[in-house]
Design a protein around this ligand. Structure first.
Ligand code: FES
Length: 112
């Protein structure tokens, strides 16, 4: 008897950028972070310049709607976010946000 393989449930994230709203579908572990998903799927000039090292501050997003709190990597994200001069609780470095099931239903606006 063959094992049943259930298809992974897609994670749907809405991204507002440059006056457009994009609905992006992905899966856990398809991309390393929200930054890489946006970088790969939407042409965002000047976005994610350090490719996720958490050093450039060019991957800022504002979380405008969420079903759950997204998972953050345990890195220096808070310190690097402070360097950008942005401190609102709903503003994050997209490279510090892991794509997992908690991100399903998230809506963000690209700030940089
Ligand atoms: S990509 Fe540089 S800080 Fe996020």
């Amino acid at each position: 008897m063959k094992p049943r393989i259930s298809p992974e449930r897609p994670i749907v994230i809405r991204v507002a950028y440059n006056g457009e709203l994009y609905e992006l579908r992905t899966f856990a572990n398809e991309y390393r972070s929200l930054m890489m998903l946006i970088y790969d799927r939407i042409f965002t000039a000047g976005f994610g310049e350090c490719l996720g090292m958490g050093k450039c501050g060019t991957c800022l997003v504002e979380i405008t709607a969420k079903q759950q709190e997204p998972t953050s990597y345990e890195r220096n994200g808070d310190i690097n976010l402070q360097r950008t001069g942005r401190s609102a609780e709903n503003i994050r470095l997209a490279c510090q946000l892991m794509i997992d099931e908690k991100m399903d239903g998230l809506t963000v606006r690209v700030l940089t």
